[in-house]
Ligand binder design. Structure first.
Ligand SMILES: NC(=O)c1ccc[n+]([C@@H]2O[C@H](COP(=O)([O-])OP(=O)(O)OC[C@H]3O[C@@H](n4cnc5c(N)ncnc54)[C@H](O)[C@@H]3O)[C@@H](O)[C@H]2O)c1
Length: 259
């Protein structure tokens, strides 16, 4: 049986290792027949990527990318447009904040720490969409998605400036959805429940959050990166052709709970 994304071309930004949300998404997109291009932040991550991609059914393209450097974004767009004449799916799965800005009192957030967190974790969605616009327009029905977290709208311990960055990311997602809709481009976010990844290791008390969710989420369990990958397949596919500007929660229902 043909996959849901047969013939679609997807760029996934943010695979660090096999635990990454982006890797769960890459695997699910590949399973459904999409051709993949992946990026790596540094040579250390490229080693992980080279090993991981051997699990995928088809060869993938790999490019370096540091989202804080305009030249790096432009170089990625140039390199990708030499390989592909269109881009159907763009996945943004990137975030970073200084660990001392995550723990401690929010009032102590520094101007630098604020700038870094919002640049890497929120502006990068706009920067990526801009450099990829010609390829995305050529798709005729492209789907952009970003990974977000409940800390954008609720106060959660040890999330601090990253909550502000996720609020900015979700707002940017909506503005992009409005701006790019006329080009046939949808823009959405997946709000994932907590998963133990490299980025999550910077959040103090993370294991107790996982335990709390098992007790209190409507479905009484935690999610996996495979769940996130399956939601990404839906958003990438034509089944979601009239869904844009939305935050889709993949969190076992945790966000609906009061206490
Ligand atoms: N793990 C969770 O519990 C959870 C929950 C909800 C949302 N998210 C979001 O999922 C996304 C992916 O995070 P993850 O948990 O898979 O962790 P991860 O550490 O596996 O992925 C983070 C990625 O960001 C990349 N990155 C950081 N700075 C970069 C830069 N300057 N240029 C290019 N890439 C850069 C890293 O290389 C890495 O690949 C993030 O947006 C995160 O906030 C994670």
């Amino acid at each position: 049986m043909a996959g849901l994304l047969e013939g679609r071309r997807a760029l996934v930004v943010g695979v660090a290792n096999k635990r990454s949300m982006a890797w769960g998404i890459a695997r699910a997109l590949a399973r459904e027949g999409a051709d993949l291009a992946l990026t790596y932040q540094t040579e250390r991550f490229k080693e992980n990527l080279d090993e991981l991609v051997t699990e995928l059914p088809r060869p993938v393209l790999e490019f370096p990318l540091d989202v804080t450097v305009d030249g790096s974004l432009d170089a990625l767009a140039d390199a990708l447009s030499r390989e592909w004449d269109r881009l159907d799916v763009l996945v943004h799965s990137v975030a970073h904040a200084r660990s001392d800005e995550l723990a401690g009192r929010f009032v102590n957030t520094s101007r630098d720490g604020w700038g870094l967190a919002l640049d890497v974790s929120a502006y990068s969605l706009v920067g990526l969409a801009r450099v990829m616009l010609p390829l995305l327009k050529a798709s005729g029905s492209a789907s952009i998605m970003a990974l977000t977290y409940l800390g954008s709208e609720r106060v959660l311990p040890n999330y601090n400036v990253m909550g502000v960055a996720k609020a900015a990311l979700e707002s940017a997602m909506r503005y992009l959805a409005a701006d790019l809709g006329a080009d046939g481009i949808r823009v959405n976010a997946i709000s994932a429940g907590p998963v133990k990844t490299l980025a999550a290791s910077g959040v103090k008390g993370f294991s107790s959050m996982l335990h709390e969710i098992e007790q209190r989420a409507p479905l009484r369990r935690n999610i996996t990166t495979e769940d996130v990958g399956n939601a990404a397949v839906f958003l990438a596919s034509d089944w979601a052709r009239n869904i844009t500007g939305q935050v889709l929660f993949v969190d076992a229902g945790y966000h609906v709970m009061g206490i």
